[in-house]
Design a protein around this ligand. Sequence first.
Ligand SMILES: [Zn+2]
Length: 219
Amino acid sequence: MTARHTLPLALLLAGALSCAEATSPSRVPNYEWRLVWEGGLDTLSFHWPEDMLPVKIWVEDSLDMPARVQEGVDDWQGAFLYGEYAAVLVSDSSSADVVVRVVTPPPKAIATVNRLNTLLPGCEGATDLDIEFIATQYELRLPVRMYVAPRYDPATTDLTECFRVTARHELGHSLGLFQHTSDSRDIMYGNPEAEGLSARDINTAQLVAHWPANLIPTR
Ligand SMILES: [Zn+2]
């Protein structure tokens, strides 16, 4: 356990001092990821606690979405050096931490839910974050709910790439990347088109994983 904890600290220090590493030849900036809460009074940062890994993701078995989500999981897991994130697809939706439905984002079940929307030419996505301030802390009510859906008849268009990009993007939200970027090369761009994770996506995700979280997952 000790070794696991010293490695991220070393990573943080390396980032803070902007030491050059073999895998990052130049200094790569991160982007803002924190959710601005209630008029900017607080900014919320989230990452999955170590004891909740691997994150359990249930995906509706429709339009090959489980395969697309698995690809996204593989991409994000590959962004971390020390296993800070891991996820598995599970068959039981009732105990899942993240639930992915293949439907047009429905009206929000709870008015206060934070919804992050994504729109691509062929498909759309959304991630709902149910956040409440309880007593002394901000709580993220699980499961995180995601929606990915075709905008047109899926029989007439190959939506594989659109689903792939959207699944990767929405998974980024579930990692704690709670803002959209203004750079179209990032997967967390508002209307994503990047074919993979940018260096900024990876750098920011690593930073989030080691940033003190003030948003706590609960059921
Ligand atoms: Zn988004």
